[in-house]
Design a protein around this ligand. Structure first.
Ligand SMILES: Nc1ncnc2c1ncn2[C@@H]1O[C@H](COP(=O)(O)OP(=O)(O)O)[C@@H](O)[C@H]1O
Ligand SMILES: [Mg+2]
Length: 154
């Protein structure tokens, strides 16, 4: 039983990574798709009750954004895992420009999220943290730990 919480700016590859790694096993809970917190709550509560693994596919830039899921998932007996999508602002803006219509976020929106983003730490209650980057070959690379956390530890 695993709850996965994504952290990363718009265009950092979260939804693509979900399709790659979690599509067959985890329900996707995304505010982009669900639109309202009320609908998100309905789906989240159902997953917790059913002990159904899920992924929270939001930008979740601040500890408070993550806290709304971490405590409840732990209380329901889930292992809580965070994935931090590490990217430069330039890369995120470039990937975001490749998108079409409403999926394309205005640049100030991406920059605003980038500025306030705080990488997740184990102190928030995660059982494990991973950092995801997109390599030159455009494949996802996952490593253990969250960059700032390991820097803070040393
Ligand atoms: N591994 C990858 N290599 C190259 N481009 C990617 C990769 N993952 C995602 N992209 C592209 O980057 C853009 C944003 O990806 P997306 O998964 O929608 O990000 P997010 O969900 O974090 O906003 C999309 O246009 C997508 O096609
Ligand atoms: Mg997305």
């Amino acid at each position: 039983m695993e709850a996965v919480i994504f952290v990363g700016v718009q265009g950092s590859g979260k939804t693509s990574f979900y399709r790659d790694r979690f599509f067959d096993t985890h329900v996707r809970i995304s505010l982009d798709m669900l639109r309202t917190r009320r609908r998100e709550e309905t789906l989240l509560a159902a997953c917790l009750k059913a002990k159904q693994p899920f992924v929270i596919d939001n930008t979740n830039p601040l500890p408070d954004d993550r806290a709304r899921y971490v405590g409840r998932a732990r209380a329901a007996g889930f292992r809580v895992v965070g994935y931090f999508f590490e990217t430069s602002l330039e890369q995120a803006i470039r990937r975001n420009q490749q998108r079409h219509g409403k999926k394309r976020i205005p640049v100030p929106g991406v920059a605003g999220t980038f500025r306030k983003l705080q990488p997740p730490t184990l102190a928030e209650g995660f059982d494990a943290l991973y950092t995801v980057t997109i390599s030159a070959g455009e494949t996802f690379v996952t490593r253990s730990g969250s960059l700032l956390h390991s820097q803070a530890e040393t």
